[in-house]
Design a binder for this molecule. Sequence first.
Ligand code: PEP
Ligand code: MG
Length: 841
Amino acid sequence: MAPDANTAIMPTDLLRPDLLRLNASPAGKEEAIREAAQLLIAAGCIDSAYAASMLRREAVANTFLGHGVAIPHGMVEDRGLVRRSGIAVLQVPGGIEWNPGQTAHLVVAIAAQSDAHIAVLRRLTRLMQDEARLTALFTVTDPAALAAALSEDTPVAAPATPGGDLAERFDWVVDYPTGLHARPATAWVETARASAARIQVRHGDLVADAKALVALLQLGLRAGDSVVVSAEGEDAVAALARMKATITRLTAREKADAAAAAQKSRAPVRGWTPPNPLPAVPGIAASPGLAIGPVHVLPRAAVSVPDEPVPLIEGGDRLHEALSLTRQNLKALADDTARRLGPSEAAIFTAQAEILNDTDLVTLACQLMVEGHGVAWSWHQAVERTAAGLAALDNPVLAGRAADLRDVGQRVLARIDPALRTGGAPDLPDSPCILIAEDLSPSDTAALDMARVIGLATAQGGPTSHTAILARTLGLPAMVAGGAALMELANGTPAILDGQTGRLHLSPAEADTADARAWIAREEARKAEEEARRGLPARTRDGHAMEIGANVNRPDQVAVALSQGAESVGLMRTEFLFLERGDAPGEDEQYETYRGMLTALEGRPLIVRALDIGGDKQVPHLQLPHEENPFLGVRGARLLLRKPELLETQLRALYRAAKDGGNLSIMFPMITALGEVQALRAACDRIRAELDAPAVPLGIMVEVPAAAIQADVLARHVDFFSIGTNDLTQYALAIDRQHPELAAEADSLHPAVLRLIRLTVEGAERHGRWVGVCGGIAGDPFGAALLTGLGVRELSMTPRDIPAVKDRLRGSDLSALKDAAQRALDCETADAVRALDGGAA
Ligand code: PEP
Ligand code: MG
């Protein structure tokens, strides 16, 4: 509906005097909603059951509009309970906590049969731009004044420059060498959000809510800038003290990081110098390496988002759902990336998820919707306006965040309306090219066809942008911040991109190209030497060889694992085939993936773990029941046995892949009891017979203390064990592996965990079975040394951990490792075990 289609009903019809209550003091949010609902019931606007509907909505959506205003309303399906449109306003001068850190002073309860209420809401959002006027309404004593302010539709004056500080304050001069960038700003936000007090940061005339990440970044604070941090409300003094502690505590780390970066930049740059000077576009080095080829300029994908207004309530629902689905998806991506690549790469997606919590961004989108715009359009506008603000700050760090914001914005957009999905594989020429783009999102970078893109140069972005980090991980030469000149290049222009010095050399002569090729050949020889060393077996000095595997989940990750020195894949976590998407892959799709893994491994062993869903790995589209304590609930094998359709599809795909050849083993997660093993084995035998497929080794993960203690019993029924030390540690020490405070104490080298590992090895040996470890401790060189001494035969880890583990084992003697393992078993504490490092192990 167009924004002005409801002029027939005047806001004054909706805001009758009997629907306004001044100076209310409800005890809490629920009471406020009930009180406002009561006004609507008394005025004949709603059936009394609608009050419960309003409360239900609070459980599924945030109705806080921002700036002290909340707009509770009922569920869409309960619209039948609305007899006629009306709006009740509860003025709460003392405020009530709507959500943690969000205080409402005006509770505007909506009963809407049509979109008649939009006029009032539009008025509200205008008032929100005039904070002084809005704040006055929180305490105004004349109901007519309140009604008039909400009804009149004259435009308000341009937003006043916000400049006032709150009651309590302190001054601070920014002493972070690179200014306030996303990492410290996130810490500020976390501290601010922990208090109920209102906290703001002012720089000159610019003011930001300290609980809003994007607003803080938009201040564009640089070293030397003066700011005032102020607070008011409950607990303001203590809240401010905590803010000050956080802000100043970060200084040392920021200075240390900047010094390290400066040191790195002083290291000699091993770039390429053309024999003859060439015209070049300078940029910032982002990922080392040299690429020779024609450029291909990617026109900026103009996303056209139609403005299709829907009823506000429906729009709110769609935005809420898209945000929560995107959050879940980013959590899965972060989780997978942390397990595969490491925590700093995973932080890319954690930071993106934080953007979704930014109240300013979400509020801006809501305000646009309230003004009568469509949900997709409003979200897109909110993202674009905010990103443009960040990009305009002329700060390379924040420029990188603008790309993140657009990337995450695009993810949400695709959830609101799948037809708006963009990105993915861009149109590329058939022969390899250097890709030029205005900016590229991390998702698009990860999806690049590496056979056709040999280098990447972007006009915008910064060296710490996540796109740059991903390019480094992918080994793709890249430069960023090349400026508008890059986009002017003609497609096909021959070029040499130097990712070490951050220059794109144009139109090289034959002699330049030959020189660059020679440089690449020298670099490749150096890398091959390094790789050859990684490829040597992990054989101890006294001749004991350990098998070293990689934990990877996709065929295209195998090559990197092999180049790091992996001899097999010891853990393929198949749940990530499910977690990163909105639906479950079918049998054929799974078969293709397993086949792809076996092909990429060229006969090397592959251990595929059957789905480990549940616990920290929730798959929303499977719609599993909510569990109070998911780590102790229906997880891993327990779920597979309760969901035969999941198990059978996966086993059929696996046995079909095994039929095509390769070296496949299957293992089952979260085994606790013998009955589970027998039931899973029976399913394997049946499906194998149906498909006339070959037998493959069947193993189990040892992750539950019960399985370790009964290893001698279980070993009779399986071909191998792989110990999941991440979970075994969590269950042995009773520490949630994701617990922010306790995680540091969950050390897999705790003697109690080592004793469980020893029991597992003894149980396996009794039946001639082998034991591997695929939890995180396998990738810790000291941990790997102790595990070898404990009798473990295979270690599987994140690819990048392999070279250091192999080096460590090659420098050790098995006999010394056995001694060290025995001493570790005898230790009293994890610290005592760690203290053994540096000794013979
Ligand atoms: C483990 O628990 O150690 C393990 C390898 O499994 P995941 O981390 O996937 O739970
Ligand atoms: Mg596990």
